[in-house]
Write a protein of this length. Structure first.
Length: 223
């Protein structure tokens, strides 16, 4: 059956259908928000038990740019008769007749007639990325681990550690640098550890240190 050329022109987002036979049926949607278009058998047929059959549809399709069509089973046929659709990726540059390979997983043969709905076409977006050869793949945490590997290494929970406020006052004479803590008050000189804190922490520590110093003077004066 010769396939006519499907024109590239057309409204954006629409699927262009060409009927290759007068007996062909244009795909339809079962409801307004259905994901796919139902497609119809061109002739009668029998899907053998535990076997498969190739079904003609008598249509060719033209897809919107940046999409491909996926053939999927109809939920009613799958749940009631055990009919599945084998594979079914239709690229945008394929313009020949759409044929459907039905897999009968049931114990009895499945009869269908011309005009019966046999599968559905679902339009999906695709990222047309080119393959590029590189020396090394990007190193990830998972690396070469395959099926089930994400369950073997539970992610480490985030932990927090509370630190007391520490301030290091710098003196022009480095031998007189002294280390103060907001909780303890006074420490020996530390030359190796220095921490930068927000102005809020610094003011809080200074206030406590000054209060402790002031109270100490009052106690000594009372003596």
């Amino acid at each position: 059956m010769q396939t006519p050329l499907i024109p590239e022109t057309g409204e954006s987002g629409n699927v262009r259908i060409i009927k290759l036979s007068d007996k062909a049926t244009t795909p339809t949607k079962g409801s307004r928000f259905a994901a796919g278009h139902d497609i119809y058998a061109l002739t009668d047929g029998l899907g053998p038990a535990k076997g498969q059959i190739m079904v003609e549809t008598g249509i060719a399709i033209g897809l919107p740019e940046g999409t491909y069509d996926r053939l999927a089973a109809r939920s009613g046929m799958g749940s009631k008769m055990g009919i599945a659709v084998d594979g079914g990726v239709i690229d945008r540059d394929y313009t020949a007749e759409v044929e459907v390979r039905l897999q009968n997983q049931g114990e009895a043969g499945c009869m269908f007639k011309a005009g019966d709905r046999i599968a559905q076409l679902i339009i999906e977006k695709i990222a047309n990325a080119d393959a590029m050869e590189v020396d090394n793949p990007r190193v990830t945490e998972r690396r070469k681990m395959g099926f089930g590997s994400s369950d073997l290494n539970p992610k480490r929970a985030i932990t927090a550690k509370e630190e007391e406020v520490k301030i290091c006052f710098h003196h022009p004479d480095t031998s007189k640098n002294e280390f103060f803590s907001a909780d303890i008050g006074y420490h020996p000189r530390l030359m190796k550890e220095r921490e930068m804190l927000s102005s809020t922490h610094v003011k809080a520590a200074l206030t406590r240190t000054m209060n402790d110093t002031f109270l100490g003077k009052i106690r000594r004066a009372g003596k």
